[in-house]
Ligand binder design. Structure first.
Ligand code: ADP
Ligand code: TRP
Length: 341
């Protein structure tokens, strides 16, 4: 039996950080074993908010290199750039006729972007969900692993597919409706910013976000500065978010005995008797974090240094993705009656 197809897109708008790794990339490492995975860099999408293309090539290469260094296997996953598959743009054009101005204007991500950047409300931004639907529908992907903020886009993709099938399918499903695929809640890890203010994110203060590209010294410095406090007032207290976040990180990169020791120290601490030594905890965590990140960083640099390696992967991905896309587009054109001789 052939494997079910799963697809996701990554905007090349920044370097991967721990939140991206543990909240998204790590999930793909499991998915690639069981699904026919298509993962692409959404460079056209990034133009809606980042029109400067001078660093685009570099960003695309980095995002691919980092994902491969994290363990995405180009033999198992079809990796490609959106702009290498022009068929997507044609399907986008057809779907635009089935998308209404009103629904696009009501999209939460659109409204957010308008608020953030009122001087650049371009038509591409408005039709962003249509392009995303084209990305998915052209590859006939059934499942799309995305975060919560993308669920509305997925629903819109289903609506556009439905409208297309209804109008041109003659009772047949031409474009299958995709569903958002989220890992079980207990598998989804959320990493907080090191100052405890919200989630770790590339738009946050860079000193509170640990990137997979950070060098050892910087990792140590950032963790040293991570927010702590005077210790708990009473024994067996529930730690505040920012302390729990350090335990979360330790659970991900340290050995179980390290986590157990500092958990126990915390539980046994009270205002008169602070057993937990945050300085030691953060030092141990930094050491383990360096051990975790260093090989990924080194591998990323190796991949980036080899111009032809990544080019080869992108060319292979393009070939596979275009073959599927051309097949879908052929049927789409036929069903629409766009076939004149
Ligand atoms: P950012 O917030 O840095 O811009 P994106 O919004 O591009 O990151 O998210 C890319 C993926 O990484 C999404 O699947 C998102 O759920 C995940 N992700 C981002 N930040 C975190 C975090 N701090 N903890 C867990 N997952 C995260
Ligand atoms: N909109 C997605 C994001 O902001 C990126 C994306 C573009 C995408 N096309 C896609 C995700 C298709 C899944 C499927 O993260």
């Amino acid at each position: 039996m052939s494997k079910e197809r799963i697809l996701t897109g990554i905007r090349p708008t920044g370097m991967l950080h721990l939140g991206n790794y543990f909240g998204a990339t790590k999930n793909f490492l499991h998915l690639q074993e069981n699904f026919d995975c298509y993962i692409f860099v959404a460079d056209w999408h990034s133009l809606t908010t980042h029109p400067d293309t001078s660093t685009l090539k570099q960003s695309i290469r980095r995002v691919l290199a980092e994902n491969i260094a994290c363990g995405l296997d180009p033999e198992k996953v079809t990796l490609y750039a959106q702009s290498d598959v022009p068929e997507i743009a044609e399907l986008y054009l057809y779907l635009n006729m089935l998308a209404y101005k009103g629904e696009l204007e009501k999209t939460v991500t659109f409204k957010d972007k308008v608020r953030q950047n009122p001087q650049n409300v371009n038509a591409g931004l408005l039709t962003y969900p249509v392009l995303q639907a084209a990305d998915i529908l052209i590859m006939q992907a059934g499942k799309v692993p995305v975060g919560k903020d993308q669920e509305q886009h997925l629903e819109m993709a289903r609506n556009f597919a439905q409208r297309f099938n209804h109008r041109y399918g003659n009772g047949e499903t031409i474009l299958p409706e995709p569903v958002a695929y989220s890992a079980d809640d207990n598998e989804l890890v959320k990493i907080l910013s090191l100052d405890g203010n919200g989630k770790m994110s590339k738009s946050e203060n860079h000193l509170n976000t640990i990137y997979l590209a950070d060098d050892n010294e910087l990792i140590i410095k950032k963790l040293k500065k991570a927010k702590t406090d005077q210790g708990p007032e009473t024994e067996n207290s529930t730690p505040p978010d920012y302390i729990e976040n350090l335990f979360t990180l330790a659970k991900l990169v340290s050995t179980p005995d390290v986590v157990e020791k500092f958990r126990a120290d915390y539980a046994n601490s009270s205002s008169g008797n602070t057993v937990i030594r945050y300085g030691d905890f953060k030092k141990q965590l930094a050491e383990d974090m360096v051990k975790f990140i260093e090989p990924i960083r080194t591998r990323t640099e190796e991949i980036l240094a080899d111009e032809s390696y990544l080019a080869g992967i992108m060319k292979d991905g393009k070939e596979k993705a275009r073959a599927v896309a051309a097949e879908t587009l052929k049927i789409v054109r036929e069903k629409m009656g766009i076939k004149y001789y």
